[in-house]
Design a protein around this ligand. Structure first.
Ligand SMILES: [Zn+2]
Length: 335
């Protein structure tokens, strides 16, 4: 039976799965991205995790069943050429990830946006099975999204649709790594929460800001901020509730545009607890047209850390089939 590899390249970790065509995970691997070490170091970690999955067991040769590799990464991307153009949370600049990996492993490689791949993963195998339109929103190091419309991934003209992290929420807001001001990512991502919490912790230590439980950490992340907020810390609560309010606005804007049947919410920040999805439900209830809000189911992602990797594997399987069909018809036409 054919097998496919799916790799989810994130700002914090690289997750990979080997699956059968039904999406059953045969093997899973994960390594830290360690983005600060630069693009070649990250590429060699992607290559080694992919090789491990392709070989199955150490010392074994490449599994002959493996047909293709799907990779998903934060955009913007040039999917057709397999290139990462530029990403805020990773050091890649116009990097030919697909061609490099294809050359190394001798298998076809397909590159897609991470939000798009996760949307496909949840549509095929997860919480949104067969829901259409399906919208996926992920909140982790960054913010991403994907949409399934009419059973197909909605890619947009340049294959970079639904870059929700760079939706403007505050025209005069803080500057995002993309250069614009007030993007969702700079207001509501895990990184945004961590930056605000770290600044508050430093201010408390220097005596220039109010005391906060956050000062127990040198660099509190979103997890610590949610923890401190849950413990009644006012400074942490203000940071968390502001980020969640913006997240609600971001989700409501997407839902207003797409009128989806299901909105799936995933990403590391959702692990902070039900507050995240509750804030999204509140944003949708308050801001979407009533008929849109009432018909919409908002659900946590059910594939956990695997939605992107499973979706990438499924997209690779689909892309390979399309290639096979066009090669078949080309050879028929030639004959
Ligand atoms: Zn931006």
């Amino acid at each position: 039976m054919a097998e496919f590899i799916g790799i989810d390249l994130g700002g914090t970790k690289i997750r990979g799965v080997l699956t059968d065509p039904s999406g059953r995970v045969i093997l899973a691997r994960e390594v830290l991205t360690l983005a600060s070490e630069g693009e070649e170091a990250i590429f060699s970690r992607i290559a080694s995790i992919t090789r491990e999955l392709a070989h199955g067991a150490p010392g074994d040769g490449m599994r002959p069943e493996v047909q293709a590799i799907g990779i998903c990464a934060p955009g913007p991307l040039d999917s057709a050429k397999g290139r990462i153009l530029v990403t805020e949370n990773l050091p890649f600049i116009d990097f030919p990830l697909g061609p490099r990996l294809q050359e190394l492993l001798g298998l076809p490689v397909f590159l897609d946006n991470d939000g798009a791949a996760a949307a496909m993963g949840e549509y095929l195998h997860g919480a949104g099975r067969k829901a259409d339109p399906l919208l996926y929103l992920t909140i982790s190091t960054g913010i991403g999204a994907g949409a399934i419309l009419g059973g197909k991934l909605f890619r947009g003209h340049s294959s970079n649709a639904l870059e929700a992290g760079h939706m403007t929420l505050e025209p005069e807001g803080p500057t995002c790594a993309c250069g614009n001001q007030g993007c969702a990512e700079v207001l509501a991502s895990g990184t945004a929460i961590s930056i605000a919490a770290t600044a508050a912790a430093a201010a408390a230590r220097e005596g220039s800001g109010p005391q906060t439980a956050l000062s127990a950490w040198a660099q509190p992340g979103s997890r610590e901020a949610f923890l401190a907020a849950a413990g009644g810390d006012r400074v942490a609560e203000a940071i968390v509730s502001e980020a969640l309010r913006y997240l609600g606005i971001c989700a409501a804007n997407l839902a207003t545009l797409f009128d989806p049947e299901v909105l799936i919410v995933g990403g590391g920040v959702t692990r902070a607890g039900p507050r995240v999805i509750e804030a999204i439900r509140a944003g949708v209830r308050e801001r979407c047209p009533r008929v849109v809000a009432e018909g919409l189911r908002i659900l946590p992602a059910s594939l956990g850390d695997d939605s992107g990797a499973l979706g990438a594997a499924a997209l690779a399987a689909g892309a390979l089939e399309v290639l096979g069909r066009s090669a078949h018809s080309a050879s028929r036409n030639a004959g």
